[in-house]
Write a protein that binds this ligand. Structure first.
Ligand code: LIP
Length: 266
């Protein structure tokens, strides 16, 4: 049974993501450019990333002024309520910059350090993914279940790449070893969407090295609540070092192959 606090956090996350998604979809400047860069010249921030994070944090802080925040574009408040919001104001920023549809607003709420609520809003698809810990994952009102596991050689696997040259070279080497052993690879450009696609059966699995908590917090909960397995290296939790999410039966084989390929290091 979802408790009152989790219900409150879910409703707030849904409304914040809806408002930010509408602003991003309807207010995207035709001449959108790069406002700043981060880890490299291709790791970009737009004015809309900043506007989205400001909208989301402002809405949530007005409703719950004692909560903490961790946002990709700088929001960092410890809070005193035991609740911390983890926000990616645009996951798939490069897609958004280029006018491609695969971008999302990702909002998760931790209670005492454990992710309890996750929302991934995909405006250009008209899709809202949500999950509450222990209560299942949903796309709209449709309860989600991962895809039945095919043999690894028939698995459709999502992945992504970092922004720093040395890491990209190492990720290409991992991909070179993995591609002949699976059905195919998809590189969508948004970890949050990739994790939701595992949850709803559009991918058999997903892996990526170098994600930040704002990329995966909501999507990992949604994938797990849809029955998918998530983790990092064998017996390790999903983390910056390595993120793996897949249907049971695919997960074990994919995780072992990634370990053999050294996907967890540059
Ligand atoms: C993106 C991730 C994606 C990764 C991209 C980028 P951002 O996050 O969601 O999985 O492959 O390189 O890091 O930067 O758009 O919020």
């Amino acid at each position: 049974m979802t408790d009152q606090l989790e219900n409150e956090l879910l409703d707030l996350a849904l409304e914040a993501a809806r408002r930010a998604g509408a602003m991003l979809r309807d207010g995207r400047p035709a001449d959108l450019g790069v406002a700043a860069t981060k880890t490299s010249a291709i790791d970009v921030v737009t004015e809309m990333d900043l506007a989205s994070e400001k909208l989301i944090t402002g809405y949530l802080a007005e409703a719950r002024p004692d909560d903490g925040f961790l946002g990709e574009e700088g929001a960092s408040i410890a809070g005193s309520s035991g609740v911390r919001w983890i926000i990616d104001p645009i996951d798939g920023t490069v897609n958004y910059l280029y006018g491609l549809p695969s971008w999302a607003v990702s909002i998760a709420a931790e209670i005492d350090g454990e992710t309890a609520v996750g929302v991934v809003e995909v405006p250009e698809r008209g899709e809202t993914f949500r999950a509450v810990r222990g209560e299942g994952a949903y796309l709209g009102e449709q309860r989600l279940r991962h895809r039945s596991a095919p043999p690894l050689a028939q698995a459709l696997v999502g992945t992504g790449f970092g922004y720093v040259t040395e890491r990209r070279a190492a990720q290409a080497e991992t991909l070179r070893g993995l591609l002949p052993q699976v059905r195919d690879i998809r590189r969508g450009g948004s970890a949050a969407i990739d994790l939701c696609d595992v949850a709803c059966g559009r991918l058999d699995g997903y892996y990526e090295r170098g994600l930040n908590p704002w990329d995966y917090a909501a999507g990992e909960l949604i994938a797990r609540e849809a029955g998918a397995l998530t983790g990092g290296r064998p017996a390790e939790p999903l983390s910056h070092e390595l993120a793996v999410a897949a249907s049971p039966g695919v997960f074990e084989q994919l995780q072992a192959l990634l370990e053999d390929l050294g996907a967890w290091h540059d």
